[in-house]
Design a protein around this ligand. Structure first.
Ligand SMILES: *Cc1c(COP(=O)(O)O)cnc(C)c1O
Length: 340
């Protein structure tokens, strides 16, 4: 029996995962497996050269008894874009969405009840497989989708966090892989994340890797700021195009706020009324302080930007609206949800 109310962001074994193997120029049949261990060649390029990309999305059990999956078509498109960058085969948008629906239905008993605030996290992953030594894209690929029931990732909307600017590190290069959802970007941000945790910061905020003058994003979520009834998020080619951010931007417009996507100089942090992180896992994590330090673990400060201790009213409104749409309690005027 799962304690739905005490779920974190941890893997819990579910009924099945679904997968397909790309070989000889085509995708094999979609398999459903109860075993979540896979066998691949020890010479797979995913293990040696980081030929890996992934996605994250959620399914919700709703009050009306239906299951809703939030914008899986967007995740399909983004995975195809990442796979193209890595030079490996990707499932079609249709194959992706069908496999997501299948794995959700096969694990419907692991979707938390609607009144818990929890959800089913869906993790599609695409890796280069097959024996190879040379540094080149894989001709074989393995696509798999796992699921796990999760609570709110970082404590959620009611637990604002403190973030630090990573002056010593970039998560991606100026003309590099920042806008693709590849595992390598995460490998590159783990060390800074550990230092930040040691120094008492749950959040790490990266700047543009070319000039280090503008805000890019957090290690695994996008940045937004609110001021003068405007939702503002960075326009940067090194930021991962978050589906949550894009959705919040639309929700902001629908609610009558203005929106801006433009470079945001670091100093502009002093002028925001609210600042937040956004992404699938949390939707919105309010940020109550950003410390700009030459070194994450050092004692020196360039600047300290402070915001309200609790989640601000605009962030809260955006959050409630988006979560309401995801959970089938607010009309889905943009047809974002796939309903099962
Ligand atoms: C996945 C991810 C996000 C959030 O994207 P969503 O589509 O909203 O889940 C933000 N930043 C990075 C670096 C990511 O990998």
């Amino acid at each position: 029996m799962i304690e739905w109310n005490s779920l974190g962001f941890n893997y819990i074994k579910t009924n099945t995962m679904v997968c397909s193997h790309y070989k000889d120029g085509q995708w094999g049949p979609v398999e459903s497996r109860t075993d979540d261990n896979i066998t691949i060649s020890a010479l797979s390029a995913s293990l040696h050269y980081g030929v890996e990309c992934f996605e994250g999305l959620k399914a919700f059990k709703c009050k009306d008894g239906k299951i809703r999956i939030f914008r899986p078509d967007e995740n399909a498109k983004r995975l195809i874009r990442s796979a193209t960058y890595l030079g490996i085969a990707a499932p079609s948008e249709e194959m992706f969405v069908e496999m997501v629906k299948q794995v959700v239905l096969e694990n419907a008993d692991f979707i938390p009840p609607h009144d818990t605030g929890a959800s089913l996290y869906i993790r599609p992953t695409l890796i280069g497989v097959g024996p190879q030594l040379g540094v080149k894209p894989s001709v074989e690929a393995f696509f798999m989708i796992m699921v796990a029931p999760v609570g709110a990732y970082a404590g959620g909307i009611d637990s604002p966090v403190k973030a630090v600017i990573a002056r010593e590190y970039d998560r991606a290069a100026h003309k590099g892989s920042g806008s693709y959802k590849v595992g390598g970007n995460y490998a590159a941000s783990l060390f800074a994340g550990l230092e930040a945790k040691r120094a008492g910061y749950p959040g790490v905020l990266y700047l543009d890797p070319k000039e280090h003058k503008y805000i890019d994003e957090f290690s695994s979520s996008n940045f937004f700021g609110i001021k003068d009834n405007t939702y503002i998020t960075p326009d940067s080619h090194t930021v991962l195009p978050s589906i949550t951010n894009k959705s919040l931007e639309q929700v902001a417009k629908d609610l009558g706020y203005k929106t801006e996507r433009r470079p945001i100089p670091v100093e502009e942090l002093a002028t925001f009324e609210e600042v937040g992180e956004c992404g699938t896992a949390v939707v919105i994590t309010p940020v109550n302080q950003v410390d700009d330090k030459p070194s994450i673990e050092g004692a020196e400060f360039n600047a300290v930007y402070k915001y309200a201790k609790e989640c601000g009213p605009v962030s809260r409104k955006l959050y409630n609206t988006l979560v309401g749409i995801q959970r089938g309690e607010i009309e889905d005027t943009h047809n974002w949800c796939v309903v099962l």
